[in-house]
Design a protein around this ligand. Structure first.
Ligand SMILES: NC(=O)c1ccc[n+]([C@@H]2O[C@H](COP(=O)([O-])OP(=O)(O)OC[C@H]3O[C@@H](n4cnc5c(N)ncnc54)[C@H](OP(=O)(O)O)[C@@H]3O)[C@@H](O)[C@H]2O)c1
Length: 180
């Protein structure tokens, strides 16, 4: 019995001396839990804002906002192709640029058939230098281009300023100020 008493006393002594450590640990735990909860709430808010709220309202009218044509370089594969399809699904006519004419024709026909929009192709290799600039500008001169996505694998610095120059007049100034 005496041994049990002394163990109990010993335990109480240890617990009393550890009290401040327990409180410190509890504070760390509370701080960690609060941080994690805030992160989860923020992520959840982003999820709702990005994926659900936009579906509630009507989608922006890109044609009214920017013009009837969109140019997408690197449009036969990957990100460029995905963007070309998304823009076509919103009613824009698409001009596709990349190096391989056969691939361009297949993708352009596919987009035109699926989304009932007009498509056009321009065969150009951006790595061959600025000489491609004039033929492309010539091919686009009668088109009201308001959206330009550059997704070709090869993108030299000058392409951004060049790109801004093919946009319609209302957007050109704004685009050039962004690329400066
Ligand atoms: N995928 C990613 O996760 C990721 C992430 C960040 C950034 N990026 C960048 O985004 C761009 C596109 O990536 P991606 O994954 O969609 O590439 P991808 O699937 O390889 O597609 C590249 C496209 O660019 C065209 N292309 C390649 N070289 C060209 C050139 N010299 N002139 C004209 N067109 C050319 C290709 O068509 P042709 O072969 O017919 O010319 C193809 O349509 C790249 O600049 C990449 O670095 C990609």
């Amino acid at each position: 019995m005496a041994a049990v008493d002394s163990f109990y006393l010993l335990y109480r002594e240890i617990a009393r001396s550890c009290n401040c450590y327990m409180e410190a640990l509890a504070l760390v735990g509370a701080w960690y839990t609060a941080r994690k909860s805030i992160t989860v709430i923020c992520d959840f808010y982003s999820l709702i804002r990005l994926h659900f709220i936009p579906r509630l309202g009507s989608r922006a009218d890109l044609i009214k906002q920017y013009g009837r044509w969109a140019v997408v370089s690197g449009a036969t594969d990957g990100i460029g192709k995905a963007y070309a399809e998304e823009l076509a699904s919103r009613g824009l006519n698409i001009i596709l640029i990349s190096r391989n004419e056969e691939k361009l024709q297949v993708v352009a026909k596919d987009i035109a058939d699926t989304y009932k929009v007009e498509t056009d192709i321009i065969v150009a290799d951006f790595s061959s230098g600025r000489e491609i600039y004039l033929p492309i500008r010539e091919a686009l001169k009668d088109k009201d281009v308001g959206i330009l996505f550059l997704f070709a694998q090869y993108m030299p610095e000058w392409l951004w300023v060049w790109g801004a120059n093919i946009l319609n007049r209302s957007l050109r100034k704004e685009a050039l100020s962004c690329t400066a």
